[in-house]
Write a protein that binds this ligand. Sequence first.
Ligand code: HEM
Length: 372
Amino acid sequence: MRKLSLSHLFSVKQVVSFLPIRKEEVSRMIEEMTKTSDSSGLINVSRAAFLLTNRIICRAGFGKKYDEMGKKRFDEVFEEAQVTGTAFFLGDYFPLLGWIDKFTGMHSRLEKNFRELDNIYQQLIDDHLDPNRPESMNGDILDLMIKLKQDQTAAVQIDWDNIKGILMNVLIAGTDTISSLIAWGMTALIKKPQEMKKAQEEVWNVIGNKGVVDEDDIKNLPYLKAVTKETLRMFPPTPLSVPRESTQHCTIDGYDIPPKTMMYVNIYAIGLDPEYWENPTEFMPERFLNSTIDYKGHDYGLIPFGSGRRGCPGMNIGVATFELALANLLYSFEWELPNGMKEEDVDMEESTGLTTHKKTDLFLVGKRYKYN
Ligand code: HEM
């Protein structure tokens, strides 16, 4: 399944094919922010990031606009999935005591949530099988999966449950992670005016009066790329990775780990390890300017996307979306804290869940930058 997904759904070709969607949706975000900045000036950066990633994933994933998804139901069901997906189930740790989860009500809550999710996926599949479906569904991730299912010569035969499983992964893993990273990146920069200035001057100097930052321009923005790495180091969207189960017996640091043990990799602690990083709690993108350390899973001090055979397949989409969004935010506006607020007043508290969001939304004053 994984090989199939990597070669068909998350390939470089696929990342490129969704480029027009990323570009359009980032422009739409900037336009919407410009309108707000003209009227009140106060922009909810967290909400804008949330809408951006949902819109991109809905269009790339199943050819639908986020606004057509029956938003309230969609948002509620996915919010609940974040809760049930990370809730404590005694049976996960002590299988013989699993019956207690039934009494706490968690079991039926999980079942209910999964039935609702299943209905959403079934509806999306039915929409795709409809001969009169809109053109926007041609070539989206669900369309590609349906084609793979119909291909009798494919190396792996997939069924509808497999397809629903991948849809779930794409939706949950693809939206929340990127939007959390955008909000944390902007939070970190607003708290460090010198670093914000460097990042903005770089993008203004390199892009000039072109009007927009394109994905092709990003390679010419080394400081922005360093900001990406530093944000991923300090604010990995999934700080405990995703739960994994060991397949065979192994020994780590003298501890015996039996097969079928549930494990969490503390990505967050690794990124802040003082034995690996100098001033680990300081947001300093400079540390990456003359360094070959990367987030791709080979440098074990920085593994925001995990590592090895189960590492994140959406890394390229994630980084491309984050960098395009951040570059355009920095290019289009001069950013300030709301009236009277100081850098140290910015709330850094995190919410709970598989993905760690900033607990309170980030509100900033954005003044449209005049590059002409
Ligand atoms: C900044 C963005 C993202 C971050 C930081 C991130 C991080 C992660 C991490 C840490 C894992 C677990 C890796 C491991 O166990 O070694 C993971 C798994 C996964 N991610 Fe991402 N992710 C991001 C974006 C995405 C996107 C955009 C998608 C899809 C469109 C995606 C799809 C997946 C899937 C399907 C898995 C499960 C892979 C498996 O179990 O084999 N991720 N991600």
